[in-house]
Design a protein around this ligand. Structure first.
Ligand code: HEC
Ligand code: HEC
Ligand code: HEC
Length: 358
């Protein structure tokens, strides 16, 4: 678990300095590969200004009106994700912070007060910076925890008021975010997918445990992710946790996952998990399972197959699976129309097309 500084008194916790303080051309506002991070974020990143601007649209106004929240750009229930600096106590903000920046450097890297000076020192390692309070986003588990905070759980009443449903998937979302960094040599799309889903499951479990009257939809989404994670390791070939039944076991699994990534993740895991998941077509023929639950399972499964296919070392084999994935994606396009039997057929075809195990 990463620790946020919420339990400190606001005046003691490190301050946010604002994206401008990273922006000079000699620092992160340049044009070279080495120092263009601010430039990439300001020009291309969906997190710059857009999340805030979204709160000024007619759609946001309608959502806020339904929930009687007043102006959505001032409502903490919206700004916590769309303009996070708005929800930080004033004592922790410096004048340079612009709330309309949306999701800015420090929303992901952590408040900069305690590391801004030291982080440029030649003799400083990544570990030194992390010790000074910078968030360790190179660590996939820490990264997943950072992104999931805004990318999975939305309260049931906000959804009912017209907010789009969120579905967290770390690998794909890291690829989609315009990159202002280079991934380290240990990057593995399958591991990112796996970490993202475990962390999403922990967050959903937490949300359900607090919801007074969870909707059927929320319960189905939670059950589906449990089913998916339990299906990753059917033959018990991996030392990853695979019996998730309740909040406690999810907590244990996410703790165990930290160790697993650091010590044990191997490329062959991608292939083993892919085979295990592709072997689930018979469960979509089970007529005792209600259609909406089938649909939710399929939705998460297709995302998984997509990411694990891309993580295969053999690009040609991955290419050959594309047409099958396309069909599976089409099957989950509209969940009310989801047809489990047709999906089972397409999944069996996908399984047949998988390259032989190494
Ligand atoms: C403080 C909240 C916050 C954090 C932290 C955050 N995001 Fe986002 N992100 C948003 C919001 C809000 C949007 C929607 C912007 C809009 O359209 O209004 C978004 C949009 C996106 C999108 C485009 C829409 C989509 O879902 O495909 C991607 C990709 C994305 N974020 C990836 C990431 C990744 C990767 C991380 C972690 C490294 C991350 N985000 C961390 C709030 C956040
Ligand atoms: C948990 C974080 C979170 C909270 C809380 C949240 N949003 Fe969002 N919102 C997002 C993310 C992430 C997206 C992007 C979804 C995507 O593109 O897949 C989004 C998308 C939207 C969109 C659609 C934008 C588009 O271009 O399609 C609107 C409108 C919106 N949010 C308004 C609101 C309002 C109003 C509130 C408060 C009632 C709110 N949001 C609360 C994270 C959040
Ligand atoms: C939505 C989350 C998010 C936002 C916003 C964000 N970053 Fe990052 N940043 C990341 C992630 C994830 C990485 C990759 C992990 C790493 O290398 O530390 C990263 C990496 C970096 C790196 C290391 C580059 C490398 O290749 O080693 C720098 C420098 C950086 N960010 C600066 C910034 C600056 C400056 C801003 C604001 C202008 C910013 N970031 C905004 C998520 C974010």
């Amino acid at each position: 678990m990463i620790l946020f500084a919420f339990n400190l008194r606001a005046e003691d916790a490190p301050k946010f300095l604002g994206a401008q303080s990273c922006a000079t051309s000699g620092c992160h506002g340049g044009a070279d590969e080495k120092n263009k991070q601010y430039t990439v974020w300001a020009k291309y990143d969906v997190h710059h200004e857009r999340p805030y601007a979204t709160l000024t649209t007619a759609r946001s106004e309608r959502i806020a009106e339904t929930l009687k929240l007043g102006n959505p750009t001032q409502a903490a229930r919206c700004t916590v994700c769309h303009a996070p600096m708005q929800t930080v106590p004033a004592a922790r903000l410096t004048k340079a912070v612009k709330i309309s920046d949306g999701v800015s450097c420090e929303s992901c890297h952590g408040p900069a007060e305690n590391w801004i000076r030291s982080h440029t020192r030649e003799d400083y390692t990544h570990a030194d910076r992390v010790n000074a309070g910078m968030r360790d986003l190179k660590n996939l588990y820490v990264r997943a925890n950072t992104c999931v905070a805004c990318h999975q759980n939305v309260d049931a009443d906000i959804l009912a008021a017209g907010h789009p449903e969120l579905i967290f998937e770390l690998d794909g979302q890291c690829v989609t975010q315009p990159k202002h960094w280079q991934e380290g040599t240990n990057w593995n799309g399958g591991a990112a997918w796996y970490y993202g889903q475990l962390v999403a499951l922990r967050e959903m479990s937490w949300q359900l445990s607090k919801e007074k009257s969870p909707t059927e939809n929320q319960i189905n989404r939670w059950k589906s992710l449990i089913w998916l994670m339990n299906s990753t390791n059917e033959k018990k070939e991996l030392e990853i946790p695979s019996t998730l039944v309740d909040v406690g076991s999810v907590q244990q699994a996410t703790d165990g996952a930290v160790k697993y990534f650091h010590d044990l993740w191997r490329e062959k895991n991608n292939r083993l998990i892919l085979s295990s998941l592709a072997n689930t077509s018979s469960s979509f023929r089970d007529s005792l399972i209600p259609q909406p639950l089938h649909g939710r399972r399929a939705e998460r499964l297709v995302l998984a197959l997509d990411r694990l296919t891309l993580a295969l070392p053999d690009a040609k084999a991955a290419e050959a699976l594309r047409p099958h994935l396309k069909k599976l994606f089409a099957d989950v396009q509209s969940l009310p129309d989801f047809n489990p039997a047709a999906f089972a057929d397409h999944l069996a075809e996908f399984q047949k097309a998988l390259p032989a195990a190494p």
